[in-house]
Design a binder for this molecule. Structure first.
Ligand code: RNT
Ligand code: ZN
Length: 453
């Protein structure tokens, strides 16, 4: 080894301290160069977007203002806390898998939700189901629930700087076991669910009023038939009338807003779903409620993205359930695929993000639930960012000129722009792990928290 002469102002004569000093100096130099390199890479990346008329900073600022409505039910497989031990979901909801680490209590669920939000840039909302109330181990009937069971959630949400949304729970209950609720031929069963719907609205109104942001109350019912019903009209008439009774009380939209969720078919309701897309388009339009489009509730070849520009023409607001259908089933973990990118592009191109409530709806118990949750929620944010970074002005120009070649060529060019660099930088600048650190981060949570449950 060649010994360098020691500089005169070298800090110390101690050999170990000298080694530390040299090490510190070289680490400093490495991190300096890394920073210089990063800056020049970023500059290069931003230039590529600027050439196409896209302002990266403006896109990031826009994304920061878009909240997702996070679905609490990914943390516990739609179990809820009605009984001391949460049950398996039923009545139209099916979750497969038994990966360890499921949230068993409200405290565990909040811990998981805090972990998930720490993995997401931006500020988001939380969407609860009425089965997630704080019932203190007592069995509280669905017709007996009230705002008092959600006081703890309201306080927790406030402490997190979050607002709340809600869903009435019309499944996992003996009165839903034969597949019908609000459209049931038995008036007693209909009454039961109408009352549950009214209670849910009341809770949502208190959530919205207390937290200063209207809670969206989404109503999805499992009503449908595996095989061929004859009186299709009768069920739909009863559903219309039950919903009318449930929504009869006028509640200020400053506190809560009603949404109704459409569906084409489900497991156990392959032949007939009472609350079909056509039913709810008509219902929501005539009753001035929001319509909820779940990406997993249509025929696999239908494009949910294409529906947006029609719905926006006739509705002021829209609720989305971002999900991923696979063959006949929905609710797979959302990923940044073409369906999602098409959807978020339409949101941005129509200029209606502010009128759209972006809810998540998927549940998978075959893998680390928090990891799955983060993948899905981050995918939606990626989709939004990618859409905001689209060269829309130029694309619209080619569109107007009917230059189909140039339009397609530019869409192809946009696909390979260095989007990932911007996404990761946005994450890191907001104190959230970039994609390359997500796996290690989630596995650490699994080891230190989930595996100890
Ligand atoms: C079911 C609906 C509904 C539920 C949640 C749990 O098909 O999509 O939104 O997934 O309410
Ligand atoms: Zn849904």
């Amino acid at each position: 080894m060649i010994r360098q002469p020691v500089p005169e102002n070298f800090p110390t004569d101690d050999y170990t301290e000298r080694l530390f000093y040299i090490q510190a100096q070289s680490m400093h130099a490495v991190s300096y160069w890394r920073q210089v390199m990063n800056e020049s890479v970023h500059k290069h990346v931003e230039e590529q977007y600027a050439e196409l008329g896209i302002d990266v900073e403006a896109a990031i600022e826009q994304l920061k203002s878009v909240p997702l409505s996070l679905h609490c039910w990914q943390t516990d497989d739609v179990g809820g806390f009605e009984a001391p031990d949460s049950k398996l979901p039923g009545g139209g909801i099916q979750v497969t898998g038994n990966y360890p680490g499921k949230a068993r209590t409200i405290a565990e669920m909040r811990q998981d939700l805090e972990k998930v939000t720490s993995l997401l840039p931006g500020r988001h909302r939380l969407s609860l189901h009425t089965i997630y109330g704080e019932f203190d181990g007592k069995s509280v009937e669905r017709t007996e629930i009230g705002p008092e069971h959600f006081q703890g959630w309201i306080e927790w949400a406030r402490s997190q700087g979050m607002s709340l949304d809600l869903n009435g729970t019309f499944f996992s209950h003996p009165n839903a076991d034969d597949g019908f609720t609000l459209s049931h031929p038995d008036p007693g069963i209909r009454e039961f669910w109408i009352e549950h719907g009214k209670r849910s609205r009341e809770i949502a109104a208190v959530m919205g009023k207390t937290l200063g942001s209207p809670a969206i109350l989404n109503t999805w019912i499992p009503d449908g038939a595996k095989d061929l019903p004859i009186d299709r009209l009768g069920y739909r008439e009863r559903l219309r009338d039950s919903l009318d009774a449930m929504l009869a009380e006028k509640i200020s939209k400053e506190y809560m807003k009603d949404a109704v969720e459409t569906k084409l078919f489900g497991i156990g309701s392959e032949s007939y779903v009472v609350g079909s897309h056509e039913f709810y388009m008509g219902y929501a339009q005539s009753r001035d409620t929001i319509i909820c489009l779940d990406m997993g509730h249509f025929h696999p070849t239908e494009s949910v993205a294409d529906k947006l520009s029609s719905v926006y023409l006739f509705f002021d607001e829209l609720l989305l359930h971002v999900s991923r259908p696979v063959r006949w089933d929905s609710d797979h973990v959302v990923i940044f695929n073409d369906d999602l990118a098409d959807l978020t592009r339409e949101l941005v191109r129509c200029g209606r993000i502010a009128d759209t409530h972006i809810g998540l709806d998927f549940f998978d118990a075959t893998m680390n639930r928090i990891g799955a949750y983060a993948i899905g929620a981050r995918a939606v944010l990626k989709g939004l960012l990618a859409a905001m970074l689209e060269p829309t002005v130029l694309l619209r120009k080619y569109d107007r000129e009917a230059n189909a070649f140039a339009r397609l060529a530019l869409l192809e060019q946009a696909r390979t722009l260095p989007f990932g660099t911007i996404w990761n930088r946005y994450c890191e600048e907001t104190g959230v792990v970039g994609d390359s650190r997500l796996i290690a981060d989630v596995l650490d949570y699994e080891k230190t928290v989930l595996n100890r449950r």
